[in-house]
Design a protein around this ligand. Structure first.
Ligand code: SF4
Ligand code: SF4
Ligand code: SF4
Length: 233
């Protein structure tokens, strides 16, 4: 605070009241992205003006070594206490994420089939087919998207579009969605798109033992979008 005093607030309690992080960040178990070559962050820095760098691959190690040799970085080994602090924070955040996953899951799944159907129907009936969800999604990168009217699946000039519009996109991304939440953030009518895709994607992930976004060499299990797009004539 301005007067130099400190005030602590429980993040979990604040978030239960609707403040704090985006829902996708709350659900995320990967607080330290160890699937990357390097994972950098503040946890474990013991209040110093430094960054904690974890080397997670040979490529990361090589990159870091070059940066040090070129004089871009000065490094020091973290203390045992710093490493423990980082581990503790990661564990706590992981537990918190599991709690949020459970809350989000229960909120939608504890409804009857009829309630679920009418809830999602009313959500998708608000769609204005702005394509914001598709354009914001890192997985929707097709040059020739099946949702465009000239592909003959979704009729032009119809608002709300047929439910097929949303279903196609969901089916295409459900096995590779990384729950980033960009589609939901982009939706002007606030349809909880990524929450739905997340719930479906967890089931597929459990079935096929596949965690999207964590392994560059393994492919999504359903692969509903072909490698080669149709040739335009
Ligand atoms: S949450 Fe999933 S579907 Fe939505 S933008 Fe991110 S990757 Fe795409
Ligand atoms: S994945 Fe499907 S919805 Fe997304 S851009 Fe490709 S064709 Fe369009
Ligand atoms: S962003 Fe929302 S309104 Fe726009 S097309 Fe997607 S679901 Fe429909």
């Amino acid at each position: 605070l301005r007067d130099g005093t400190q005030k602590a607030k429980d993040l979990d309690e604040l978030e239960r009241r609707g403040y704090g992080r985006r829902e996708n960040c709350r659900r995320c178990e990967f607080n330290i992205p160890r699937m990357a070559d390097l994972a950098c962050g503040k946890w474990g820095t013991e209040g110093k003006k430094v960054t904690f760098i974890e080397v997670c691959s040979d490529r990361g190690s090589e990159f870091l070594e070059k940066a040090i040799q070129a004089g871009y970085l000065e490094v020091e080994k973290p203390s045992k206490a710093a490493v423990e602090e980082r581990e503790r924070k990661d564990r706590e955040a992981f537990e918190q994420a599991l709690g949020w996953q459970e809350r989000d899951r229960k909120e939608l799944e504890e409804r009857s089939t009829e309630e679920k159907f009418s809830y999602w129907r009313s959500q998708f009936d608000q769609c204005i087919k702005c394509y914001g969800c598709r354009d914001a999604c890192p997985i929707c990168y097709c040059k020739d998207c099946e949702l465009e009217a000239d592909r003959g699946i979704v009729a032009a000039g119809r608002i709300p579009p047929s439910i097929v519009f949303s279903m196609i996109r969901i089916i295409h991304v459900v096995d590779s969605c990384v729950d980033c939440g960009q589609c939901q953030d982009a939706c002007p009518v606030e349809i909880p798109l990524s929450r739905l895709i997340y719930l479906l994607s967890r089931e597929i992930g459990t079935m096929f033992k596949y965690e999207p976004g964590t392994e560059v060499t393994s492919l999504p299990p359903l692969r509903s979008v072909p490698d080669k797009e149709p040739v335009q004539v």
